[in-house]
Design a protein around this ligand. Structure first.
Ligand code: C5P
Length: 224
């Protein structure tokens, strides 16, 4: 029965952008809508999983039935993920900001008259949440899935990412066409056994296919 294919499975999903403060009124972020991550969380709930959705700021309503954790920064997202462990599967869909302003001012910065005509901003590297969770010695989820947006040499880059981040699967998004910002996705699923190119489909269909695939895999490996 597919409605309980993921019974007793705890899935941890990240979604959306992160928001990195520069001062109380300004931040660095990106255009991630959260749509693919929310769709995946929803598809997992519908297969009976217990789902923790850790989300950066987006304009979507959390799917019914998820345990929703709202965060802003990458560091908050990492903490929320670690607090949510143990999990059977971790799906890192969030577009985490790789860098953040080195210092977040407590008062609004006066950019004009700051002393230099072209003020500069020092950046510092954010934690890689996927890499951190995937390298845990204790509490590493049995199935760790990363996402990757690639424009060329999709398989090659995704395989390298799989190894570097210690993931089990990479869901590579071929954004070489007109996929960017659209409702459809062109996916190449990379596992340790090889890669498969999926037909172009809507993000909700990608979510359902992926959830089904997760259920098959955890079902095969699980205690039954
Ligand atoms: O290296 P790249 O940013 O392309 O990797 C994308 C994958 O890594 C996504 O699954 C994303 O959620 C995750 N990631 C992360 N923390 C970061 C950067 C990326 O979890 N700081």
């Amino acid at each position: 029965d597919t409605a309980d294919a993921l019974n007793r499975v705890h899935a941890l999903v990240t979604a959306g952008p992160t928001r990195e403060p520069l001062d109380p009124v300004r931040f660095l972020s990106n255009h991630s809508s959260g749509r693919q991550g929310y769709a995946i969380a929803d598809a997992l709930v519908k297969l009976g999983a217990k789902v923790t959705l850790v989300s950066g700021p987006v304009s979507l309503t959390p799917p019914a039935g998820v345990n929703f954790v709202s965060v802003e920064t990458a560091r908050q997202m990492l903490k929320a993920c670690e607090d949510a462990l143990p999990a059977d599967v971790f799906i890192s869909v969030a577009a985490v900001a790789d860098w953040r302003p080195a210092r977040a001012a407590t008062k609004k910065l006066k950019i004009k008259g700051a002393g230099s005509e072209h003020p500069s901003m020092e950046l510092t590297e954010n934690p890689d949440i996927l890499k951190t969770i995937a390298h845990k010695r204790k509490n590493r989820p049995g199935l760790v899935i990363g996402f990757a947006a690639e424009t060329h040499d999709v398989e090659e880059h995704a395989e390298a990412k799989l190894a570097r981040k210690n993931c089990d699967w990479i869901v590579a998004n071929d954004v070489s066409g007109d996929v960017m910002g659209g409702a459809e996705n062109q996916i190449v699923l990379i596992t340790r056994d090889g890669s498969e190119r999926w037909p172009r489909m809507g993000k909700e269909d990608v979510a359902r296919q992926l959830a089904k695939r997760i259920a098959d895999t955890l079902g095969d490996e699980g205690t039954g």
